[in-house]
Design a protein. Structure first.
Length: 111
């Protein structure tokens, strides 16, 4: 099931890590979205997102994929080749392939 995580609140790196550590899916997904909008440290954020792609919950993985795409328009440090290199291998995954395609379209449109 796919949910919408529209509530975007400011979040710090420490808050983000605390929420991830608690392991509750909905707050994790909300934190992923908030981080894309408020954490400007691109290198740190892309590392966290890459780690979250290994999360056992497919919804967390899917939201992470979407937010990797969002970085192309939200973060001036985003690098097209780097984002596409992260996303392309995920196209093989039927459970998140649609989100991967959308994220790749964002990257190609905004970078």
């Amino acid at each position: 099931m796919s949910y919408t995580y529209d509530e975007r609140t400011e979040i710090s790196k420490d808050q983000f890590l605390q929420i991830i550590a608690k392991g509750v899916v909905v707050p994790i997904c909300q934190a992923i979205v908030s981080a894309a909008h408020s954490i400007k440290d691109y290198k740190w954020l892309i590392l966290q997102y890459t780690l979250l792609l290994e999360h056992p919950d497919v919804e967390v993985q899917g939201v992470t994929v979407s937010c990797i795409g969002h970085l192309s328009r939200l973060n001036e440090s985003a690098k097209k080749d780097e984002l596409l290199a992260i996303l392309e291998p995920l196209l093989k995954r039927e459970d998140i392939a649609g989100r991967v395609e959308d994220a790749m379209e964002d990257v190609n449109t905004f970078l």
